[in-house]
Design a protein. Structure first.
Length: 274
């Protein structure tokens, strides 16, 4: 079997150009496309996310990607009066997006999975049940080609009582760290999820901005994130590292410079046990 490197396991969270900034997030204007981010970093793997529709146009716009995961949520946000919003289950939308991903996968072998995003937060808040996921899996199994179902499980969600009965429906977990200063909790969170799922594959997701604390990530802290990711990747403790996301990667941030230096330094390191 051909040896794999850190770069082989490196993923980008692909996003529509400037999409977060259009949602009134004060981050600085970005002009970077997913394809440009793939070329700048040398990455070959991308999650089709962040306002990118699951269609041929999105695929054709990232020709450098060799592995692609499509994503949707099982919930949506709706107004609940008094300027508040709540999450409600939107099974029909998720099924529609799954079918769109499967239709593309029949034409394009680069598509290798379907991610149910923000699952341990918004979807559980909305009231998703094992029956919902069973129906999703039934459609997945009876309409080819089947796609491995992934779920986003945040490190801060592991004590939710609903979680254990929902995890069996996923083949892989995407595990993001929402509060950048809590990087020390990641190994224990991964260990706990490993035990909860009987050893299912997990991909770590790290951010370029500290959304949990609404502030930039300093170089020293970003380096701590990437040093841990190196250990987890090289030791085959996680199946991959995803960096979120492409609509921030051309901004003048220490986290971006640190990431590119890290890729240059460790991208060719060999994964153990592969």
């Amino acid at each position: 079997m051909e040896k794999q490197t850190v770069m082989d396991r490196f993923w980008l969270w692909g996003m529509k150009v400037n999409v977060l900034q259009e949602e009134s997030m004060v981050l600085g204007k970005s002009t970077m496309t997913v394809e440009q981010a793939l070329q700048v970093t040398g990455a070959r793997n991308a999650i089709m996310a962040g306002g990118l529709p699951i269609n041929r146009e999105s695929l054709d716009a990232m020709p450098s990607a060799r592995r692609i995961i499509c994503k949707c949520e099982f919930h949506r946000s709706m107004a609940a009066g008094d300027e508040t919003r709540i999450c409600v289950v939107d099974e029909e939308r998720c099924l529609r997006h799954l079918m769109a991903a499967k239709e593309l996968a029949a034409q394009d072998p680069r598509i290798e999975g379907f991610l149910v995003d923000d699952f341990s937060t918004g979807s559980i808040d909305a009231g998703v049940t094992p029956d919902h996921l069973a129906r999703l899996q039934f459609v997945n199994a009876t309409h080819g080609p089947p796609l491995p179902l992934n779920g986003t499980i945040y490190t801060m969600s592991l004590d939710r009582p609903e979680l254990p009965s929902l995890l069996p429906h996923f083949s892989q977990l995407l595990v993001p760290l929402w509060h950048a200063d809590q990087i020390s909790v990641v190994p224990a969170a991964l260990d706990r999820l490993y035990d909860m799922t009987g050893g299912k594959s997990m991909m770590l997701c790290l951010y370029l901005h500290d959304f949990g604390n609404n502030r930039p990530i300093a170089r020293e802290l970003m380096q701590q994130h990437l040093d841990l990711a190196t250990d987890l990747l090289v030791g085959s403790r996680v199946s991959g590292l995803c960096i979120c996301g492409t609509c921030m990667m051309d901004l003048d941030w220490e986290s971006n410079r640190c990431l590119l230096e890290w890729l240059e330094s460790v991208g060719d390191r060999t994964i153990e046990g592969v």
